[in-house]
Ligand binder design. Structure first.
Ligand SMILES: C[S@@+](CC[C@H](N)C(=O)[O-])C[C@H]1O[C@@H](n2cnc3c(N)ncnc32)[C@H](O)[C@@H]1O
Ligand code: SF4
Length: 403
């Protein structure tokens, strides 16, 4: 079922490790919100009319119900309740949103209060993804987070008191400030809160991030693959013992409580992305908005000006976004890459039916040496990675790629 992603590109400050697109200032917030509302309306109009570059495959997505909305960032919880409410109302007025849609908001602990969480509930936000990262102060300081361990716990209590039950937290492992005992304690706290979902990421050094530079100049402790592997092993074992499903490399849930929005990325379901750097997918092509708040704001102003001059729609330039039509071979590669990251794996029967024998035979043939070497597993018509193999999904996928 189609989904909508809304990128809120602002943070209070930049965390040392982060490579996501966001600005560490709210200076452009008002103008961004104006541009965002214009994009929501304009793309709704163009999807109904089938003009302005929307492909035929994308159009039925509007007729179908939108089943997931996801506010990601950046820090969406920097917006006020009224600002989030305005965006939600506009989306519901412009698109057909299912009554029981999953509505997720990514939130940073330092922006949360009991009143704010109650406000989100009243708006109909029914899933929270909270960036806890660690329940230990030394880890949080190393990562350059704005909250401390006490506040990490406090905001989970507040979220529950406000009536949220569908709560996910992000944790980061493989930290040089941690060890096996501390990582186990982090997981103990997570289990003690009885939450239905966990996203746990190995710390990665993003090009040009503050942390990467600090490590290069000897100003921060380096990270080690061995620590990450050790913590990953603990993570897989403890989540399994506690009844969680390891449904994607970094995602664990109680049965039935996976992120419906993120699962649609892995299942190749169409989605529309609003905001700078947001991606859209219509089944055969990808579109992505420019990763610059300034250019995003300017382009929306230009598009509207041209509309006022009654320039016919197909001639309206869309320089703030780029589009790529995917060839069958690229669609195959995407399917392999996305599905290998999940516990659902590659469905060879589906591949044969939907993409043809050319692709299913190619995949099966190239899978054989990987199975023989123990890098890939097969059960009947499914090729998949076990817990231990999942961490190397990208390398295995490359061996199965067409291009
Ligand atoms: C879109 S980001 C940010 C969400 C939210 N702004 C926050 O910071 O809590 C989602 C998650 O990706 C993870 N992440 C971001 N950069 C990472 C990195 N370099 N290594 C490991 N995990 C990372 C963090 O756990 C983060 O919470
Ligand atoms: S981790 Fe979250 S809060 Fe930190 S800079 Fe990245 S998006 Fe912003």
């Amino acid at each position: 079922m189609p989904g909508i992603y809304i990128h809120i590109p602002f943070c209070k400050s930049k965390c040392g490790y982060c490579g996501f697109y966001s600005l560490p200032s709210l200076k452009l917030k008002e103008r961004f919100l104006e541009a965002l509302k214009k994009e929501i309306i304009e793309r709704g109009v163009s999807l109904s009319a089938g003009d302005c570059g929307s492909s035929p495959a994308m159009r039925p997505a509007l007729k179908d119900n939108i089943h997931t909305l996801y506010f990601g960032g950046g820090t969406p919880s920097l917006l006020s309740i009224d600002e989030i409410g305005d965006i939600l109302h506009l989306i519901k007025d412009t698109y057909t949103v299912a009554e029981n849609a999953e509505i997720t908001l990514e939130a940073n602990p330092d922006t949360l209060s009991p009143e704010y969480l109650e406000g989100l509930r009243r708006l109909g936000v029914n899933r929270l993804s909270i960036g806890i990262q660690s329940f230990f102060d030394d880890d949080l300081q190393y990562l350059g987070r704005r909250h401390d361990a006490h506040h990490a716990r406090q905001c989970l209590d507040w979220a529950k008191q406000a009536g949220f039950s569908n709560i996910s937290i992000d944790l980061i492992y493989g930290l040089p400030t941690s060890n096996a005992e501390q990582w186990n304690k982090n997981l103990d706290v997570f289990f003690a809160y009885d939450l239905p979902h966990l996203s746990a990421y190995a710390l990665t050094l993003e090009p040009n991030s503050i942390l990467t530079k600090q490590i290069e100049f000897g100003k921060a402790r380096p990270i080690s693959d061995d620590d990450a592997l050790r913590d990953y092993g603990i993570l897989c074992q403890r989540t399994k013992e506690n009844g969680f499903l390891h449904y994607e490399i970094s995602n664990f849930c109680r049965p039935g409580m996976h992120s419906k929005h993120n699962a649609s990325y892995w299942f190749g379901t169409p989605y529309i992305g609003f905001g700078p750097s947001a991606h859209s997918y219509d089944g055969t092509s990808r579109q992505w908005n420019v990763s610059s708040v300034e250019k995003y704001i300017d382009t929306r102003r230009e598009t509207v000006r041209l509309r006022d001059l009654e320039v016919p729609c197909p001639e309206v330039p869309c320089p703030a976004s780029e589009k790529e039509q995917l060839s069958p071979e690229q669609c195959y590669d995407e399917y392999v890459m996305l599905r290998l990251r999940t516990h659902w794996g590659i469905d060879l029967k589906w591949l044969k039916r939907e993409m043809g024998e050319r692709f299913s035979s190619y995949c099966e043939q190239h899978a054989q040496p990987l199975i023989a070497q123990g890098h890939l597993s097969q059960t009947r018509e499914f090729l998949y990675l076990t817990d231990e193999q999942m961490l190397f999904a990208d390398g295995v996928a490359e061996e199965l790629f067409w291009e």
